[in-house]
Structure formats: C-alpha cells, structure tokens
Design a protein around this ligand. Sequence first.
Ligand code: AMP
Length: 281
Amino acid sequence: MRIFTQLHELRAYLKGQKSAGATVGLIPTMGALHKGHLSLVQSSQKANNLTVCSIYVNPTQFNNSSDLALYPRTLETDKNLLEEIHCDILFAPDNTLMYVEPPKLRFNFGHLEEVMEGRFRPGHFNGVATVVSKFFHMIEPDKAYFGQKDLQQYLIIKQLVKDLSFGVEVICHPIIREESGLALSSRNARLTPEQKINAANLNQALLKAKSLLNQTTIEAVKQAIKDELAQINDIQLEYFEIVDGDDLSTVTDLQKHRQIALCIAAYLGKVRLIDNEFLFS
Ligand code: AMP
C-alpha cells in the first residue's frame, strides 16, 4: 500500500495512473477503521483499478469539542488493516494541508440538513460538505463510497455532487453490524461492555418499529418506541424519525414513498450513536 500525506505527491501518482487508464474509487473516513469501513474499501476494489482510503478526523464537522477530542485515533492499526485487505492507497493528510485557514464557504442544503443530524449537530453537514468537496477536488475519483449508516450524509453528498457537477458516482453501501445488530461505529470503542450490550437495543427498536408499522399508525409506532427506550437504563433517545428515504420529508402515508427510512440517534452515557433501517427491502 502506498501512503501519502502530501497532496502534490498523491496528485502526481494519481495523474500517472489515470493517464495509463486507471479508474479510482475513494472511501473517505475518519479512521478507527472497522469492518464497515473495510467493506466499503472492498466494494471499491471490485469496481475500480485503484482504491484510495482517506483517513482524516475533520474538525469542521464536529460541533462538540469533547467529541472531537475523544474521537478514537488509531492510525497504525488502520494502516495494518488496510494493508491486510490490499488497499492501494492511504491518504492521511493533516490539518495544515486540509485547512490553511478556516474556510469561509458555507453550504445550505435546505430541508436535507434541517432535520435529524443537522438539527442536533448544527454546522455538521457544512463541515462534511466542505471536506468531501476538498477530497473530490484533490483526488477526482470515478466513484466514491459512503455508508447507509450515515444516510443523511449520503443524501447530502448526492445533492452536493448534483449541484456542483462533480464527475463522481456516489455509491451507498449497506450497514455492517455486530451479531447483536449493533451497527459498527468507530464510537463503539468508547462504550463500556455493558453499554455495548444496551446499544443493541437501538437496532432492535428499529426492527420492532418496522414490524409495528404494519399493525398501527405511524404516530403510535413512534410513541411505542420512545416509551420502550425510555425504560432502558443508560439510553437517552435524541430522536426517532420515520422519513422519506430520498428527501427526508416526514412520512404520514406509507404508500406515498419509494423508500422509507427509520432513523434513530441516542446517547449511551456520553457516546452518541446513530442507526437506521429501510422499511422496504
Ligand atoms: P466515518 O469514519 O465514521 O466517517 O465513516 C466513513 C464511512 O464509513 C462513512 O461513509 C460511513 O457511513 C461508513 N460507515 C461507518 N460505519 C459503517 C457501517 N457499520 N457499515 C457500513 N458503512 C459504515
């Protein structure tokens, strides 16, 4: 695996490879890699000649300084994991490369950023759109891979690509989970063993909500899930929403949507986790 920390070196290498006909897949990550990230890398390897995984803990997408400070950083282990699966390139820039000065550009994605993550993490998607735009300019990938776990992020990136005519195909990859159903997340490393067991209730609640939707009203399902989670020690629900899977509008009639997503965010102690399930398979 080639490791780049300098942009001019990465660009020179990619230029040579692209002029020889190579296609490039990009997986932007913040490191602390797990099997979810690695599955994105493996999808890219199947569809592109060269796979670039970026690792950069992007400060502009954190609205909470302690979340940024406590975000796990495991670069040496990450390098080994990427080596093991034969990833071609790791791009690991630092803050001085990514942000010479604080960016002045501001994005506005309207409703897409006003709900769920955007509502509870003001400025988050502005930071995400900024850093992903930078990576798209730096690497000019043919395809870029994002996880369904961050569904709202995926929809925002698709909008970004459409609005700014980036020549990249954005691909959504299914959520990789533990056997318990807990969605893999770098933040799981901060959970105590007991919190980790409790955290599996988030996915169980989503699955229960899915089956309840066949039996009762949307409002009743939302209330049932809220009541159920309120009884579990150490889980503080932030939101549970049932939204259109394409534009995140509120769902009032299940029949009127191509896809519907059930989305949840909750704290286990100080660790904030998110998860979602699509209603239709
Ligand atoms: P992160 O490092 O958390 O920014 O995640 C980098 C990419 O990996 C994002 O596109 C995430 O949606 C994706 N990802 C994170 N967790 C999972 C998972 N459990 N399964 C699949 N993709 C994931």
